[in-house]
Design a protein around this ligand. Sequence first.
Ligand SMILES: O=C(O)c1cc(=O)[nH]c(=O)n1[C@@H]1O[C@H](COP(=O)(O)O)[C@@H](O)[C@H]1O
Length: 224
Amino acid sequence: MSNPVYLALDLPQIEPAKALLDKVKAHIGGVKLGLEFFCAHGGHGVHEIAHMGLPIFLDLKFHDIPNTVAAAMQAVHVYEPSIVTVHASGGRAMMEDAKAAAAEGCKVVGVTMLTSLDENDLAQAGVGGTPHDHVMRLADLAHDSGLDGIVCSGQEVGEVRKQWKDGFFVVPGLRPNSNGTGDQKRVVTPRKARDDGASVLVIGRPISRADDPVAAARAIEATL
Ligand SMILES: O=C(O)c1cc(=O)[nH]c(=O)n1[C@@H]1O[C@H](COP(=O)(O)O)[C@@H](O)[C@H]1O
C-alpha cells in the first residue's frame, strides 16, 4: 500500500464527513468507519462514503457469541470492506467463525488492548501483567484462530511483528506531536509506528480536528 494512513471519520454529520474526506483524500490511503459513524449514518452512510472511491475499513469491533458474529460478518459483505474488526477477547471459536464468514480478500483483525487503556486499567479489570504481555497473549490467540492480524498500539507493534512476520497490523493511538493525546494512553508518532511494522495507521482527530485538515494530513504524509 502506498499510503498507510486510514482517516478515522468519526463525525456525527454526514455532509461535513464527506466534505472532510473530499478535501484530504489525496493524502490518505483509506477511510475507517467506526461505531460513531455507523450508529449515526447506518449502512446508507457507508455506501455514500464507499462511492468516494477509497478502501473502507469497517471498524464495528464485533464481540458476541460465534453464531452472532459470523452472521454479522456475512451481513457486512454488502459494504465490500477491505478490513473488519472483531475483539480478540471474544475467544477462539468466535474469531474462527468470523474469519470463515468474511468475504474473500477482506482482512479480519482482532482488537487486542484498546489504546485508551494502560496497566492500571488492566489491573482494575483483574487482568495481570503489562499491556505488552496482554497484547502478546491476544496476538497469539488471534494468530492461532486464523485471523489476518491484530489492532494494537505502536508501543507493541514492533514486538508483535517479530513474532508474526506476515501479520497485518492496524495501529491507532497515533499523535504526530505531544499535544492533545486526549483519551489515548498508549501513543506513538505515525512514523514510529510505520518504522516498527504497522500495516495501517489509523488517524482521526489529529487530522479531523486540525485547524487545517489538509495541511495536517499532508504534514503526516511527509513524515512517512
Ligand atoms: O479499532 C480501532 O480502530 C481502535 C482501536 C484502539 O485500540 N484504539 C482506537 O483509538 N481505535 C480507533 O481509532 C480511532 C482513533 O482516533 P483518534 O484518537 O482521533 O486518532 C478511533 O476511531 C478509535 O475508535
